[in-house]
Write a protein that binds this ligand. Structure first.
Ligand code: GLN
Length: 447
C-alpha cells in the first residue's frame, strides 16, 4: 500500500499510469499473503510490479495507449503476465506509453504525455515512458516494458533507471500487442541490474503460442552478477562517438568506460559501419509490419467502433479514422506505401538487405570483444514539445538503439551520470546473442 499511496500522490503530475485499480491490487496482495502463509511463496511472492499497457491482462483494460483500445478489457493474460502471476508478483497498475509503442518521447499517448520525474519539463523517453517514470519516481520497484527500437533502453536512460531488452525470442510475444513483430521484444526496468536479473528470470521462457519463442533451458540471469570483470573485452564502436553525440553525454560515457577499466576491463575499438543506415531501414521495416499488424483493428470484433456509418466500408474507415492518432496513421501510410506493388523492391527489400548488413557488422565486432558499450541516445532527455512537430528529428534520436533490434541482440541501459542540465544519462551495454547474464554482470559491477 506504500506504493499505492505514492501513486495517488504523484501520478496526477507524472501521468505514468493509465489504469490503477486499488481493489484488484489488494486482492492480488491478499492472495500472495495466503501463498506465503501456506508455505508456497517464492522469493518474489508479494513483490509489486507495474505492467506496460501493451501486455494483455485478464480483467484489466489493455489500451496500448490508444483510443482504439480504450474500451478493451482483455479476456486473457499475455505469457509475460502469466509468469509474473505464477511468481506471485502483485500488479500495481498499467503504465502509460506511446500509442501502439510508436514514439521516442511518450507524447503520442491518447492518455496524454508522461512527465520525467527528474524534471517535469522533460520527456521521459518512449515508448515505455510510463514504466520508466514509475520506477524512477518509486511508484513501483519494477515494471515490464517492450523494446522494438529502443523503447526500454531510451526511457530507462532518460529517467535514470536500469532496463534490459533480451535477445529476440527469449521473452514470448504472446499477448503483447504487436507493433513490428520481427523487432518487438519484452523486458523489464528496475532500479538496479540485480533487480532486472531477478525479474528477467521470471518473464523469460519458451512459449509455444509464439512461433518465434526460443526453446531453451530456463536461465538464472543472476548467476554471474558477482563475477569480477578482469579480462573483459569491451568494444567501443567508432560510429557511436562521432558527430551528433552531445558533448556532455560523450563525457559521461567516457567516464563510465574509465570506471570499467579500473575494474579490469580492456578496451578495444570496433566498427559498426552501417549504423547510419539503421534509421532508414528501421523506419521502413517497422511501419511495414505495423501496417499489417494494425489491420486487425476494424471496429468489428473489439476496440473502437464509430457510432454512425453508412455501410461496412464506411464503418471501417470511420472507426480507424477516429481510433488511431496521427503518428499511428503516418506509420500505416508509410508501411502501406513501402509494401505496395512497384515500391516493395525499392524500399522493403532494400531495408531487409541493410538489416542483414547491420547484423553482420555486429558479428564482426563481437569477434573481438565480449560486450559493446556506447550511449543510448545522442542527448539527455529533451523538453516536452521540442521535437513533437518534426517526426524526422524524433526518429534521428533513435540512432544508437535501432540496430540492436534489427540484429535481434540483447542490450541494456544503466544509469551513468547527469547531463549539464541535470538530467540522467544511461550507458548502453550491448551483448552478443544470449549474453544477458554477462551484460547484467557488467552492469552490476559498474553500479
Ligand atoms: N522510437 C522507436 C519507434 O518509434 C522505437 C519504439 C519502440 O521501441 N517501441 O518506433
Amino acid at each position: 500500500t506504500g506504493y499505492l499511496q505514492r501513486i495517488d500522490a504523484l501520478n496526477p503530475q507524472l501521468n505514468a499510469f493509465i489504469t490503477v485499480d486499488r481493489d484488484k491490487t489488494l486482492l492480488e496482495a491478499a492472495a500472495a499473503d495466503a501463498r506465503r502463509a501456506a508455505g508456497l511463496a517464492g522469493v518474489l511472492t508479494g513483490v509489486p510490479i507495474a505492467h506496460k499497457d501493451i501486455f494483455c491482462q485478464q480483467g484489466w483494460k489493455t489500451s496500448c495507449g490508444s483510443k482504439m483500445l480504450d474500451n478493451f478489457v482483455s479476456p486473457y493474460d499475455a505469457h509475460v503476465i502469466e509468469q509474473c502471476q505464477a511468481a506471485g508478483l502483485v500488479t500495481l497498475g498499467r503504465t502509460n506509453m506511446d500509442e501502439f509503442a510508436m514514439g521516442s518521447s511518450n507524447e503520442n499517448s491518447y492518455y496524454g504525455a508522461v512527465r520525467n520525474p527528474w524534471d517535469l519539463a522533460a520527456i521521459p523517453g518512449g515508448s515505455s515512458g510510463g514504466s520508466a517514470a514509475a520506477v524512477a519516481a518509486r511508484l513501483a520497484p519494477a515494471a515490464t516494458a517492450t523494446d522494438t527500437g529502443g523503447s526500454i533502453r531510451q526511457p530507462a536512460s532518460h529517467c535514470g533507471v536500469t532496463g534490459i531488452k533480451p535477445t529476440y525470442g527469449v521473452v514470448s510475444r504472446f499477448g503483447m500487442v504487436a507493433y513490428a513483430s520481427s523487432l518487438d521484444q519484452g523486458g523489464v526496468m528496475a532500479q538496479t541490474a540485480e533487480d532486472c536479473a531477478l525479474m528477467l528470470s521470471v518473464i523469460a521462457g519458451f512459449d509455444e503460442r509464439d512461433s518465434t519463442s526460443l526453446e531453451r533451458a530456463r536461465e538464472d540471469y543472476s548467476r554471474d552478477l558477482a563475477q569480477p570483470l578482469a579480462g573483459l573485452r569491451v568494444g567501443l564502436p567508432r560510429e557511436y562517438f562521432a558527430d551528433g553525440l552531445a558533448a556532455d553525454v560523450g563525457r559521461i560515457i567516457d567516464n563510465a568506460v574509465s570506471e570499467l577499466k579500473k575494474l579490469g576491463a580492456e578496451v578495444v575499438e570496433v566498427s559498426l559501419p552501417n549504423t547510419r543506415l539503421s534509421i532508414p531501414a528501421y523506419y521502413v521495416i517497422a511501419p511495414a509490419e505495423a501496417s499489417a499488424n494494425l489491420s486487425r483493428f476494424d471496429g468489428v470484433r473489439y476496440g473502437h467502433r464509430a457510432s454512425e456509418y453508412k455501410d461496412l466500408v464506411d464503418m471501417y474507415e470511420k472507426s480507424r479514422a477516429e481510433g488511431f492518432g496521427s503518428e499511428v496513421k503516418r506509420r500505416i501510410m508509410v508501411g502501406t506505401y513501402v509494401l505496395s506493388h512497384g515500391y516493395y523492391d525499392a524500399y522493403y527489400i532494400k531495408a531487409q538487405k541493410i538489416r542483414r548488413l547491420i547484423a553482420d557488422d555486429f558479428k564482426a565486432a563481437f569477434a573481438g570483444c565480449d560486450v559493446i558499450l556506447g550511449p543510448v541516445a545522442p542527448t539527455a532527455a529533451f523538453n516536452l514539445g521540442e521535437k513533437s512537430g518534426d517526426p524526422v528529428q524524433m526518429y534521428l534520436s533513435d540512432i544508437y538503439t535501432l540496430s540492436v533490434n534489427l540484429a535481434g541482440l540483447p542490450a541494456m541501459s544503466v544509469p551513468a551520470g547527469f547531463s549539464d542540465n541535470g538530467r540522467p544519462v544511461g550507458l548502453q551495454i550491448i551483448g552478443n546473442y544470449f549474453a544477458e547474464a554477462k551484460m547484467l554482470n557488467v552492469a552490476h559491477q559498474f553500479q
